[in-house]
Design a protein. Sequence first.
Length: 50
Amino acid sequence: MIDLDMARYAVFVWPAWAVTAGVLVAVVARCLTQARRWKRELERLEGGDQ
């Protein structure tokens, strides 16, 4: 069983985990957004919108 009781350190550890998770979600969202933009730009440049 995983022991998630961190006693007095929990006040530092849990926010650090939350910030890390938030940053990772933001990075993935940004990458997906940029990939969609690049794909649209590539289609435009190749003449795919005609």
